[in-house]
Design a protein around this ligand. Sequence first.
Ligand SMILES: NC(=O)C1=CN([C@@H]2O[C@H](COP(=O)(O)OP(=O)(O)OC[C@H]3O[C@@H](n4cnc5c(N)ncnc54)[C@H](OP(=O)(O)O)[C@@H]3O)[C@@H](O)[C@H]2O)C=CC1
Ligand SMILES: O=C(O)[C@@H]1CCC=N1
Length: 271
Amino acid sequence: MKKILFIGAGSMAEALINGWVEQEVVHGQNIYITNRSNRDRLIELNQKYGVNILDETKKIGEMDIIILAMKPKDAIAAMENIRPFISGHTAILSVLAGIEIRTIEEGLGSRAIARVMPNTSATIGMSASGISFNEFVDDSQKAIYLEMLEAIGIVIEVEEDKLHAVTALSGSGPAYLYYLLEAWESVGTEFGLSKEVVRQLMVQTIAGSAAMLKLGKEEPNVLRRKVTSPGGTTEAGIKALEKNHFNEAIYACIKSAESKSRELAKVVTHK
Ligand SMILES: NC(=O)C1=CN([C@@H]2O[C@H](COP(=O)(O)OP(=O)(O)OC[C@H]3O[C@@H](n4cnc5c(N)ncnc54)[C@H](OP(=O)(O)O)[C@@H]3O)[C@@H](O)[C@H]2O)C=CC1
Ligand SMILES: O=C(O)[C@@H]1CCC=N1
């Protein structure tokens, strides 16, 4: 069984660990974790998932896959710390938003590097992930990554440059939906419904709509029209969305996130 080391033990690392351990793709005993300073966090994950806390840097050389899971701003320092200990056979999987493969090649040397953009729904096996590889990742290694990521959701290979868009859409996507739910709960309670009732109604509405779309039988605009009775409530609601620049707001949201991802790529200067 391959040994996997997470450099960074935050939200995304936990989502992946939880997904892989739950789906029995990787056993906790084959996962190692480390972070910058928060020892309590490492102990928490060790107790929850049976993962190992990396106690000696020399063990880095025994790892088959190292997953870069720190914030993008911490990537250079983290790579400098681990570089002396990595062995030639170790493959790198980065979940860092923005940071390009060539930056990781500069930080860790020319070796097999995959860049993936998952989302936190990996926790329950429902991630939507985009992935790109450098030329050192061979077919058998690709197959391993795809199998690992398919176990926790769907994964789609894209050109590396398109990972900025994937990040803006599905990487950040869960947050947009949670934000939408917060707004629905706020307005729903103004009408005297309890927050719990609004949540039950709207979570089911999201799940039902997603399931209809997943069938792939009808386009979103066709499904939308079926809900929209002429002169009815939906029409009134959609008109209000249009009046309040719904499309502009969505475009601005995704474009800002995409630009931010490109900006994160630039925080690191290339040699
Ligand atoms: N959260 C999300 O939904 C998603 C996040 N990502 C990407 O995942 C990465 C991690 O995000 P997230 O989990 O939210 O971040 P968190 O802030 O939750 O976790 C960051 C972790 O990195 C550790 N860390 C910082 N510097 C170093 C270092 N030099 N060496 C080792 N560990 C270090 C921190 O340790 P300590 O606490 O000790 O400082 C902490 O454990 C980001 O690059 C983000 O772009 C990708 C997809 C989705
Ligand atoms: O907000 C972020 O930067 C990360 C990347 C995608 C989701 N969270």
